[in-house]
Design a protein around this ligand. Structure first.
Ligand SMILES: [Zn+2]
Length: 308
């Protein structure tokens, strides 16, 4: 074996030893589920929540995601104080909500608002996989519907980043109703000519994949994201067969025509900016160059400098 090969084989082990020596504390680090390396939170934050060793994408907190794609200080949050009424009085749900609210600084599993992406205004929603697995209950459903309606009223494109295990068990039927509510809101928006770009991140599952997530005019996905309705294990047990390699990953869905493009975190802002600009140019043409219902305060200043 050549010396180089020996090093490649043992690279992860050496890197972990270096980390141990430099004293990475567990509470300020996350273990990469792919290469088992310890990643410092501060390093992850700077690296778009991507493992510096193997490139695995960790879930991205919504406010970091907004910082990644929006222009500096160009995001205004909407519906920040919406909070679940715990409609079923589900055991321990209220306590769980309170503790997650304190930990994340959010009231529920979604952040919505209006922002600028490369000077182009858009209504933007980002789900939070770190808040009860991004599950969709009454608050998430209402936030998506309200944001979609706002986008329709103001002629703004709608951009939704999904990250969810599905409907929220603790809100039972009320959660399932959010599937119809969000899908109906998006359909009304689309029929009125609005542009909806859906970006599927890991994981996008259950009631979210089965409602608004795939209704985008353009459906994008992050590399290797798990995107499914039922998980692979459930399907294998049901049909009694082994599933093909990579089944339900973003690349597999793209190969089968379910996803338009896979976009790395590094390229998302530029691509979204380009799509918004193309759409706006088309909209203005259709309206005879008289604008597209945007508020003066949301309009860009015409330059195309990216902050990322
Ligand atoms: Zn890794």
């Amino acid at each position: 074996m050549k010396l180089k090969e020996l090093f490649v084989e043992n690279r992860r082990k050496y890197l972990n030893l270096v980390r141990l020596r430099t004293g990475v504390k567990k509470e300020n680090a996350k273990t990469c589920p792919v290469c088992q390396g310890e990643c410092k939170l501060s390093v992850l934050e700077k690296n778009r929540y991507m493992c510096p060793d193997c490139g695995h994408l960790f879930p991205m907190p919504p406010r970091d995601r907004i910082r990644l794609i929006c222009d500096a200080n160009a995001f205004r949050e909407i519906g920040k104080d919406l909070v679940s009424k715990d409609p079923l009085n589900f055991p321990e749900y209220a306590a769980k909500l309170s503790s997650l609210q304190a930990k994340t600084g959010s009231r529920d599993a979604m952040v919505t608002g209006v922002g600028l992406i490369r000077h182009m205004p858009a209504a933007i929603g980002v789900m939070d996989a770190g808040f009860m697995m991004g599950s969709m209950g009454t608050v998430v459903g209402e936030k998506i519907s309200a944001l979609t309606e706002l986008a329709g009223k103001r002629g703004l494109p709608l951009i939704l980043f999904t990250a969810s295990g599905g409907a929220r068990m603790q809100e039972g039927l009320f959660s399932l109703m959010q599937m119809a509510k969000t899908a109906a809101a998006v359909e009304r928006f689309r029929q009125s000519g609005g542009l909806f770009i859906s970006i599927l991140t890991d994981p996008t599952c259950g009631g979210v994949s089965a409602s608004f997530a795939f209704l985008g005019d353009i459906v994008l996905a992050e590399p290797e994201a798990l995107i499914c309705f039922a998980g692979p294990r459930v399907i294998e047990q049901t049909i009694g067969r082994k599933l093909p390699a990579g089944f339900q990953r973003a690349e597999f869905l793209q190969d089968h025509g379910m996803v338009d493009a896979i976009v790395s975190r590094r390229d998302q802002k530029a691509l979204l900016g380009d799509l918004l600009r193309l759409h706006r140019q088309k909209g203005e043409k259709n309206l005879g160059g008289k604008g597209s219902g945007l508020r003066k305060s949301d309009k860009g200043k015409g330059t195309d400098k990216a902050s990322h």
